[in-house]
Design a protein around this ligand. Structure first.
Ligand code: C2E
Ligand code: CA
Ligand code: CA
Length: 857
C-alpha cells in the first residue's frame, strides 16, 4: 500500500508539499505565503488582465498550510498571494515547485499595478524561462514602502498542483545548490549501477543484468522526469518530447521492474503461475507505452497511473511471497524493495509534516532507491559469485569424475593386459609385444620361449589352491628375474616404474622373447638360465619342484606370425626333448598338431585298422663268411598318396599313442614273415624288430612279447628287438628294467643307432644286449673320414670287449664293406646289399644270393 502512496506522491496526485503558511521569511530564507485562488472552467472566455482578475469577487482563501492541489481538472486557476517586504530582502525569487505545469503566467503587482511578468510552462521551450531550472522561477526586486502582490495564472492538462514558495535570493541559491548536490550524488549512484550491470551483462550475456540496468534506468528516468531534471538537460527546446517522455516514464519503469523481478526471482521455473501474472503485467504496461502516443496527456497519465498501481502491488508482493516459498534470491529482493518503499514513505510522511524535516526524511525516496539499487547490485554480484562458484564446483566435480574414469580405464586396461594373479603381462600383451617386434625388426631372428610348469597340479592337490597360487606368484617373480638375464632378451612391457621380461600366457605357462642370434652366441648363459628355471621353489621351507619344460620357436624359420610362433613354442615344450633336457627347439616331426599331422594321425589309425601298412625287410650280412644272418623289419605305408617315411610314421604313432598297437602289429607280422622265411628254406635267419622307447615304458609290454613268443615257440631266439641308444638314455632306469625283463624271457636285444648319442660306457656295460648297431652317420663317410674310422674302430673294439656283436648300418658300397671287414666288424647292413624290400622280393633276393654264394663256393 505504501507503494501506491509513493506513486501518487511521485505523480503529484496526492498532496506532498504541505506548506506551513507564514507571513514572513522563515529562518531558512523562504516563506509559503497565504494564497487566494480562483478557478475557471477552461471553456470560459479567459480574462488575461491581472488587474481585472484581481478585482473579481469570488476569490477564495486556501486553508492555512495547504498547497494548492486540485487534481486532474481542466480548469484555469488564478492564484493571489502577498510578497514579504520586511527587512533588507530586495532580491527575491518566486518558486513554483511542480515542473509539469503546462502554462504558468506570473504577474508581479506593485500597489495594484503590474510591474513585471513572466510567461512560462513546460509546453514552452526552456528558453522562455528566466532561470534554467526544472521549477518555474521568477527573480524580482522589491522597493521598501510599497505593497507587492503576485497574480499567477496556471493552466495544465496534468495534475493541477501548484506548490508556491517565495525565497530570499541568496537563501534560494544556497538551497538549490544543496538539493542539486544531493541529486547529483543520487544520479551518480544510479548511473554507476546502470553501467556496472550493463558491463556485467555484456561480459556474461545474462539477461538479468540487462533487465536490472534497464529497471534502474527506468527508475532514474521516472524520478528525474518527475523532478523536471530531464527537460533542461535533454530536450530544452522540445516540449512535446518532454511531455511524451513524462507519459512513458511510469510504464517504462514498471515494465523494466517487472522484467527484472521475473528474471531475478527465476519465476519462470520456480513459480509458473506467478510468472504468468507478471507476464500479463508486462504486456499491460507495454500497451500503456503504446497508448502514450495515441491518447491525450491527461488520459495517458491517468491510465499509466491506474495500471501502475496493480503492477507496483505485484512487485511488492512477490518478494515476500517468494521468500516465504524458500527462494533464496527473494530475501535480498524484498529487503531492497523495502528500502525503496520505506524511503518513499518517509518522504511522503515528511511532506505531510508527520516527521521532522532533515536530509534523510527529505530525500528518503532518493536514498531508498539508491540503497535499493546498491543492494540489488550486491545481490546480483553475490549471485554472480555464487554462479561462478557453482561453475567452478561443477567443473571440479567434472574433473574429478573424469580423473576417476581415467583411473578406472587405466585399471581396466591394466586388468585387460595383465594376469590378475602373477601381475605379469598376459597373453594378449605378449602377442602385442611380439607382433610389434616382428614388424619393427623383421630382419632379425627372434626366439619365442614358453616355460610350462608340469607339477603345479600336484602342488595344488597337495597344498591347496591358495598355496599353489602363492607358489605361482613366486615362480612368476623368479622367472621374470631369470628372463631378464637371458642374452638378447626383449622386454614384454616397460614403463617408468616397472619392466617385465616374462608374460603369463596361461595359469602355468610363461613366455619370453629373445634375440635368437644373440642367445646362440652365449650358450653358457642359456644353460645357466635353464638351470635356474629348473631349480625348485623354496616355499614354507619346502623345496617344491615345478618341473618346468621350455619350448622355443624361432622367427622366421618356424613361423612368421605371432600365433604360429607361440603355438610352435608350445609344441616344442611338449616334446620329449623338452621333458628330458628341459629345453627343446621346435621340430616339425614332433608337431602332431600341424593340420597335415592331424589327418596323418587319423589316417594312420585307419591304415592300422584296415591292415594297410606293410613291412619291408633289409638283410644283414656276416662279414666273416658273407652269409646272410637275418633281416630287419621296417614299416611302410604303401597305399598313402603322400609318401611318408618310416621315421615320420613312427613319430606320429608315438605322439598319438598309436605306437602301442603299431608295435604289436609289427611284431605279429614279423612272426608271419619269419614263418615265410623258414618256409622258403631260411630257418637260420633272424628277424629284427624296432621298438619304440614308448613301448619300453608300457608296463605290460614284456608280458605281451613273452606271450607272443609262447605262441610262436619256433621263433625263440630268432626275433631280435632293436632299441635306439638315445631312446634308452631318455629314461635309463626304466629302460634298463624293461630290457632286463625282455632279456629274461630270452629275447635277444640290439642297441640301435649307437654312436649318435652320448651314453656312458658304464651304462652300456650293464645293458642286457647281444648286439650293437653302429649308427649310419658314422659309417657313411668312413672311407674318407679318418676320424670316423678311429671312432668306429674304437667302438668295435670296445663292444667286442664287452661281448657284443657289432653291426655296421648304412653300408652303401663294397669299399666300406671291406674297410669294415678289416676293422673286424661282425656284420653289415645297407644299400650295398639291398635297400629294404617286401618279403617276396627279399625271398627272390635271398635265392639269388644263395646262388651267388654257391657259385663263389
Ligand atoms: P633304423 O632302425 O636305423 O633303420 C635303418 C634305416 O636306414 C631304414 O630307414 C633304412 O631304409 C635305412 N637304410 C638302410 N641301409 C641304408 C643305406 O645304405 N643308406 C641309407 N641312406 N639308408 C639306409 P627307414 O626304413 O626309413 O626307417 C627309418 C627308421 O624308422 C628306422 O631306423 C627305425 O628307427 C624306424 N622304424 C622303421 N620301422 C620301424 C618299426 O616298425 N618300428 C619302430 N619302432 N621303428 C621303426
Ligand atoms: Ca633298426
Ligand atoms: Ca639304425
Amino acid at each position: 500500500m505504501l507503494r501506491t502512496v509513493l506513486l501518487y506522491a511521485l505523480l503529484g496526485v496526492a498532496i506532498i508539499v504541505v506548506p506551513d503558511a507564514r507571513a514572513d521569511f522563515a529562518h531558512d530564507g523562504h516563506v509559503e505565503p497565504a494564497i487566494d485562488y480562483l478557478l475557471f472552467a477552461d471553456d470560459q472566455p479567459s480574462i488575461r488582465d491581472p488587474v481585472q482578475i484581481n478585482a473579481l469577487a469570488p476569490w477564495q482563501s486556501l486553508p492555512a498550510g495547504e498547497t494548492p492541489n486540485f487534481g486532474y481538472i481542466q480548469d484555469i486557476a488564478w492564484f493571489r498571494f502577498p510578497v514579504p517586504t520586511t527587512g533588507d530582502t530586495r532580491h527575491q525569487i518566486l518558486e513554483i515547485g511542480y515542473p509539469q505545469l503546462d502554462s504558468v503566467h506570473i504577474y508581479l503587482m506593485r500597489d495594484g499595478k503590474p510591474v513585471g511578468e513572466l510567461e512560462t510552462g513546460d509546453w514552452l521551450p526552456m528558453a522562455s524561462r528566466q532561470l534554467q531550472h526544472p521549477h518555474f522561477l521568477y527573480h524580482y526586486t522589491v522597493e521598501p514602502g510599497h505593497d507587492y502582490q503576485f497574480l499567477v495564472r496556471v493552466q495544465t492538462s496534468g495534475a493541477l498542483q501548484v506548490p508556491i514558495s517565495i525565497w530570499k535570493r541568496d537563501a534560494f541559491f544556497n538551497y538549490i545548490s544543496e538539493v542539486d548536490q544531493a541529486h547529483a550524488i543520487y544520479y551518480g549512484i544510479l548511473i554507476t549501477v546502470i553501467f556496472f550491470n550493463l558491463f556485467v551483462f555484456l561480459a556474461m550475456r545474462e539477461a538479468t543484468y540487462l533487465y536490472y540496468a534497464l529497471s534502474t534506468f527506468g527508475y532514474l528516468f521516472l524520478l528525474s522526469s518527475l523532478r523536471g531534471a530531464t527537460y533542461p538537460v535533454l530536450w530544452p527546446d522540445n516540449p512535446w518530447l518532454q511531455n511524451q517522455s513524462m507519459m512513458m516514464s511510469v510504464p517504462i519503469a514498471v515494465l523494466f521492474s517487472l522484467l527484472f523481478a521475473r528474471s531475478f526471482l527465476e519465476l519462470h521455473s520456480r513459480s509458473p503461475k506467478l510468472d504468468r501474472v507478471v507476464r500479463a503485467g508486462i504486456i499491460i504496461n507495454l500497451l500503456a507505452i503504446l497508448g502514450s502516443f495515441l491518447l491525450t496527456y491527461n488520459t495517458s497519465m491517468r491510465l499509466s497511473v491506474a495500471l501502475a498501481i496493480p503492477s507496483c502491488l505485484l512487485l511488492t508482493f512477490i518478494g515476500p511471497w517468494e521468500w516465504f516459498r524458500g527462494n533464496r534470491q527473494a530475501k535480498l529482493y524484498t529487503i531492497a524493495w523495502g528500502m525503496l518503499t520505506l524511503g518513499s514513505a518517509m518522504t511522503a510522511a515528511n511532506k505531510y509534516g508527520w516527521v521532522p524535516t532533515n536530509f534523510i526524511t527529505e530525500f528518503g525516496m532518493e536514498i531508498g532507491s539508491a540503497l535499493e539499487a546498491l543492494l540489488l547490485t550486491i545481490a546480483l554480484a553475490a549471485r554472480l559469485y555464487q554462479e561462478r562458484e557453482d561453475k567452478v564446483d561443477a567443473r571440479e566435480s567434472q574433473l574429478r569424475a573424469l580423473a576417476a574414469r581415467r583411473k578406472a580405464e587405466l585399471r581396466m586396461m591394466e586388468q585387460a593386459l595383465h594376469n590378475p594373479l602373477t601381475g605379469l603381462p598376459n597373453r594378449s600383451s605378449f602377442e602385442l609385444q611380439l607382433q610389434d617386434l616382428l614388424t619393427r625388426e623383421s630382419g632379425q631372428r627372434h626366439a619365442v620361449g614358453i616355460v610350462q610348469l608340469n607339477n603345479l597340479d600336484t602342488i595344488t592337490r597337495t597344498l591347496g589352491h591358495q598355496n599353489a597360487d602363492r607358489v605361482l606368484e613366486l615362480a612368476a617373480r623368479r622367472f621374470n628375474g631369470i628372463f631378464r638375464d637371458l642374452p638378447g632378451v626383449h622386454p614384454i612391457e616397460r614403463d617408468e616404474n616397472r619392466c617385465f621380461h616374462a608374460a603369463s600366457l596361461e595359469s602355468t605357462a610363461f613366455g619370453f622373447i629373445v634375440d635368437a642370434d644373440e642367445a646362440r652366441r652365449q650358450p653358457r648363459r642359456i644353460i645357466e638360465c635353464l638351470e635356474a628355471i629348473r631349480a625348485p621353489i623354496d616355499y614354507l621351507g619346502m623345496q617344491l619342484p615345478l618341473e618346468p619344460r621350455t619350448g622355443v620357436a624361432v622367427y622366421p624359420e618356424h613361423g612368421t606370425d605371432t600365433n604360429t610362433l607361440i603355438r610352435k613354442a608350445y609344441v616344442a615344450q611338449e616334446s620329449d626333448d623338452a621333458r628330458d633336457r628341459g629345453l627343446a627347439y621346435y621340430h616339425p616331426n614332433q608337431d602332431s598338431y600341424s593340420a597335415d599331422r592331424l589327418t596323418l594321425a587319423s589316417s594312420l589309425r585307419d591304415a592300422l585298422r584296415k591292415d594297410e601298412l606293410a613291412l619291408f625287410f633289409q638283410p644283414k650280412q656276416s662279414l666273416t663268411d658273407q652269409s646272410i644272418v637275418g633281416v630287419e623289419a621296417l614299416i611302410r605305408w604303401p597305399g598313402r598318396k603322400i609318401p611318408t617315411p618310416a621315421d615320420q610314421i613312427i613319430a606320429v604313432a608315438e605322439q598319438t599313442g598309436l605306437i602301442k598297437p603299431l608295435t604289436r602289429w609289427v611284431l605279429e607280422k614279423a612272426m608271419v614273415a619269419r614263418d615265410e622265411l623258414v618256409a622258403a628254406g631260411h630257418p637260420h635267419l633272424s628277424v629284427s624288430v624296432n621298438i619304440s622307447p614308448n613301448n619300453l615304458r608300457e608296463q605290460e609290454f614284456p608280458l605281451f612279447v613273452q606271450r607272443l613268443m609262447t605262441s610262436y615257440p619256433q621263433h625263440a631266439g630268432k626275433i631280435i628287438l632293436e632299441v635306439t641308444e638315445t631312446s634308452m638314455m631318455l629314461d635309463p632306469a626304466n629302460s634298463l628294467r624293461a630290457l632286463r625283463s625282455l632279456d629274461y624271457t630270452g629275447i635277444p636285444l640290439s642297441i640301435d643307432d649307437f654312436g649318435s648319442g652320448y651314453s656312458s660306457l658304464s651304462y652300456i656295460k650293464r645293458l642286457p644286449a647281444s648286439e650293437i648297431k653302429i649308427d649310419r652317420s658314422l659309417i657313411t663317410d668312413l672311407t674318407f673320414q679318418a676320424e670316423d674310422r678311429v671312432i668306429v674302430q674304437t667302438t668295435i673294439n670296445m663292444c667286442h670287449d664287452l661281448g657284443y656283436k657289432v653291426v655296421a648300418e648304412g653300408v652303401e658300397d663294397l669299399e666300406t664293406a671291406e674297410l669294415l671287414a678289416g676293422m673286424d666288424c661282425d656284420m653289415i647292413q645297407g644299400f650295398h646289399l639291398t635297400p629294404p624290400q617286401p618279403m617276396e622280393e627279399i625271398l627272390l633276393w635271398l635265392a639269388g644270393q644263395n646262388g651267388r654264394e654257391q657259385r663263389r663256393a
